[in-house]
Design a protein around this ligand. Sequence first.
Ligand code: GLC
Length: 805
Amino acid sequence: MRRINHLQNLALATCLMLAATGAQAAPDTLDVSAHGATVHVTAITDTILRVTIDRDGKPGETASWAVSPAMLAHRAPATIDYGTLRTAQLTASVDPATLHLRVVDASGRAIVDDAANPVVLDRDGFTLRKVMGTDEHFFGMGDKSGLLDRRGGSFVNWNTDAFGYASSTDPLYKSVPFFIATGGAGGSYGLFLDNTWRTWFDFGHREEGVVAIGATGGPITYYVIAGPTVRDVVRRYTDLTGKAPLMPRWALGYQQSRWGYSSAAQVEAIATHLRSDHIPADVVWMDIDYQDRNRPFTFNPVTFPDMHKLTDTVGALGIKLVTIVDLHVAHAPGQAYAPYDSGTAANHFVHNPDGSVYVAPVWPGPAVFPDFTVPATRAWWGTQFKRLTDAGVGGIWNDMNEPAIFETPSKTMPIDTVHRIAGDGFAPRNASHAEIHNIYGMENTRATYDGLRALRPEERAFVLTRASYAGGQKYAATWTGDNSSTWDHLKLSVSMLLNLGLSGFSYSGADVGGFTGGPSPDLLTKWFEVAAFTPFFRDHAANDAPQAEPWVDGPAHLAIRRHFVEERYRLMPYLYSLAASNAQTGDPIMRPVFYDYPQALTAPCNTALTFTLGAKLLIAGSPKPESLQAYDVCLPEGGWFDYWTGEAVTAQPIGHKPYATISVTPRLDALPVFVRAGSIVPRQPLVQSTSQVPDGPLELHVYPGADCAGELYDDDGHSMAFAAGAYARQAVRCTTGANGVQSITFDARQGTWKPWWHAIALVVHGDHAPISATVGGKAYPAASGTRTIVIPDQPQAVTVTFNAG
Ligand code: GLC
């Protein structure tokens, strides 16, 4: 094999791109060879192409940690001629002289196009170079910090315990080697480099006009995912790497955590305090403190003597416990520590190159590390949770799974540590940590998720992880790790969560208030307000940080924080329907404004604290939340209502731009939220826990406007019965006339589940308040002086008409 000593030696690299030796048609793959390399292009679907490049005539393995065997084997009809592959939607062509790949859409617009020297091989590594369009913006790449738009940035994927990270820190905890480009001539496209080694992505940072991606080793396999919209790309990327499962409803509730809840009495006191302060909450989290000497799968016999009793006590308050279980098993030979003994007996731990078991310090002191790429090891790991599920623990938190190692500058295992691959479609072999590092955390969560599902087959499994890889959304929710109590981190949390959502990780959150440092009262309050509209809502802090529970800053701050937590609980039907649709489509729960309003891509609608929750709610915090200076909120064209008052917003059009602005003067106790005209938003009466059945009708807030629609979704909130049809899904639409909302049409409800509500309160917003509504020949009057009309539940297809005053 030819070797190039330095990647930058592009002149020499060009030599590799010698004239093609030929091209030939294979049944479903376009193969084009030039000296030393062969490019294969396969149509997985009409809009997803797999590109693999073999070097030295050695074909790569068709196996993946991210893509299921079914998707790997999936094929779309394609015609292959000399140098081109055509699907119903795309044409890919590979230049036989240069291996230059170009993909165009049905109308001939370039979606993705190689730059000069498109494939550069360097020792075991490689660099691929693509054209970066002048108008393109880049998103995705998992949890990476910095700006929302990756353009101009350069990033490395290498899962890292990044305690105290800043907006410029890279790499962070997760590796999602996937980006979405949007704004180019051919609309949007996605590119997923399915390579688990240390990979890098450079968006015009080193070289103007070039997107360069590469790895230090491993297969040259990537997927081109066509748009044209960002939504198309995200849906297709999650077709390829998997949808996040529907979480239990309680995972959408408010969650109270802290490193340092160090006794059962303290956990109970926190749960009781939440209830006595009337702060709706669903979960109290238990960090490493509950364990015996920080050993996974143990309970401290003195401070947590009866875990079952504890889960029962807080369970009676409608609160679940989620416990941390890190993957580092204490190295405790001869101490009757079952996970070590059984893991050692069955050879489940990772080895040094000399064949000895790798031992390194983490929380328990010297520790050993399960070989999660071995199916039998994952199965063994999964069975360890029995003690926790028997005790009634609700979910599991897998932390430190980059994996984090103490007392070493690399913060992780040496790259020559030996893992075994023994399944998942790969040929059985030993693999170095260099290859496994970035998937180690994901395989840890896979083992946990599968273990919980096996132990409680009727229940949904909830796992939270810090590290992961592309496709890890199938197993776990995630959070943004050890952030800081600063205004900058509040802003950062939003861009990180938005990019995580675009990268498949729709259930994401940041430690509310910041993990280290201790928030000022104002910061904690503002953080509560913003986080109440993010998917995973957990207040968490380090053991040496000041207390950061909602009540710590006195009644005035508590009242504001409670108000926002309550609002989240009122919005639960909307939030849960977003979660259900995420599980089906992959559409993130929390989205950048341009996801549903592409015309706002280049407008100032994507500033620091601006995002949407589903398509219908737009949250617009100040881009400088620490300041009381007035700021302009940017609203995509089409009409909006103020969520809090229900009144239509008069925004200032900006010339012929596709958006308008309104000026907002920030207040500590307020967060601007807007509702799209043409929305039907379900809300419910306040509860203190999602386990409580709301008392009263389901509210349907109707905001007149074009394409007026909404969706209702309900199920039992925790079991797998929904997968067998025990759900209720119902589309609703409205029509608008001169007198405001004219009618609401309910489609017939799908599924066998009977939802909790018996009546529906229609709350009609806009200039005209109806005086009554007629359904099934019967008129129902508006409650006097209100816009609310209560009608019976409507499981069948029916149209409700409104009568104007
Ligand atoms: C890590 C986690 C943090 C946790 C701590 C102790 O720093 O990121 O959330 O509290 O470990 O387990």
